[in-house]
Write a new protein. Sequence first.
Lengths: 112, 486
Amino acid sequence: MKVTSKDVAYVADLANLELTEEERTGMLRDLNSILEYVDRLNELDTADVPPMAQVSDRYGVDESQQGSARFAYASREDILEGLRKSLRREEALANAPDADDDFFRVPKVIER
Amino acid sequence: MDLTSLTIDAARSAVQERTTTALALTEAHYAHIKKEDGQIGAFLTLSKERALEQADRVDRMAAEGKTLPPLGGVPVGIKDVMSTRGVRTTAGSKILEKYIPPFDCTAVARMEAAGAVVLGKMNCDEFAMGSSNENSAYGPVRNPRDLNRVPGGSSGGSAAAVAADMAVVTLGSDTGGSIRQPAAFCGVVGLMPTYGRVSRYGLIAFASSLDHIGPLAKTVKDAAIVLGTIAGRDPMDATSADVPVPDYVAELDKPVRGMKLGVAKEYFGDGLDDEVRQAVEAAIDKLKGLGCEIVPVSLPHTRYAIPTYYVIATAEASANLARFDGVRYGHRARGVKTLAEMYRRSRDEGFGAEVKRRIMLGTYALSAGYYDAYYVKAQKVRTLLTRDFDEAFRKVDAIVTPTSPTAAFRLGEKSNSPLAMYLADIYTVTADLAGIPGISVPCGETTEKLPIGLQILGKHFDEATILRVAHAYERAHNASLGMTNR
């Protein structure tokens, strides 16, 4: 077993999930079974293989440049207004579970 | 004229020539949905008001004698992971049960600008995570060919709606096979374009480096028309590529004679159903008969694709789904006292089992001490998988494989084993990881009359070639069945 119930509790905490006792038991079983399968990757020697984060790296990057100039293909003019107008306040708040006229409302964060 | 069995060109021409109207087409589809969808479950939300307004706009154009755009009056469905302004968008999740986006996904906006009538939003696995559509919070979709079977996933509603003539064409999304596998299971055409070919703006993110939007259609030509409509650079998505978009329809009829098609033994190994193997081998013979040269190629890292995918996809998902916190949109738990408790309980109540499982796996893979062992390792293997294709495409123009190792399985058949479910994507995930385009086209049926899909994979930005091969195959296959080409 790679993952222990302590790991499950720790990772659930990182992921902002609570999980019921039953869910934790299932998670322990499923994560171990999946990770055991993932271990297959260790059959491969990848010491000299560069990691690939995304596909665009392969056709957009200017290899002759350094730093952000390498990714010039993805850059655009900085426009004050942005690419589209900002949402109106009431539109931005329309989907909020709780809001007043100006702000999203959440449980009190700071105790005094 | 049967208004619900038309292809794009037939529907558009009928509206253009005033033999029918966009309104009549739209209403015929809604009537068909009302009759059929109770047992299939493909639609989650109908956008009637928006559809009727658009149909009216198109009809006025036609009445004025204006030339209709490519999708003028064509009724379409949109997978419910794509944002639609003013129309509920759930991503198949309870956490977004009441979410009404304030903006449109670029692909949807382009479809409508080309005259498409959006009938509604298609059922799918929650956040597009699944291979059977059984992970939808709103109930499963059933395969129109056999109601006891799954339609595939995650774009199950998109595939089933096209198969059951409830929409002429639909948009789906593909992160590990979610367009091609349901297309194969339901007997329709499904196209995943190259990564970056179609803007992801407004697509609710699952795994950002793997998500693709593409069409599910009745014919290869319809898929080509839709791709031409939605493809091309969008400043709202920095990963959308500034690569010229060819006229895909004009490319369709170019000859396939002399084309080199790769066949990789890694896609015909253990786990491949015999009937699927026979159908795909017969399809390859047919392509040979059309003058294609069949060339053996090797994709040696194929057996590492699923584990690579499930580390990278879940890692990205765990980050993308962090935004669901019950503050700005989505479900919020009641009766919570602190902010932290609100986050946790809202997510606990809002997310389904598979989504939680993937968030957990992804968070684990990214956590301190495991990041290099899992996430970076998987990224390195992703390089190797991509190099396999680079090598193969030096020798061939396209690669032909089965789309899925089996035909549609039964509802509940794989529900108890996440790993067994993941293996349903064994022939599709690698293309997502490498960012290359792929299409699934129907190539026969099992003895139980379940559809089988032939997958054709192409080079980056070379959708034209795979569409051309798929189109040639489709014509030859239909001819051999004594069917007229639509």
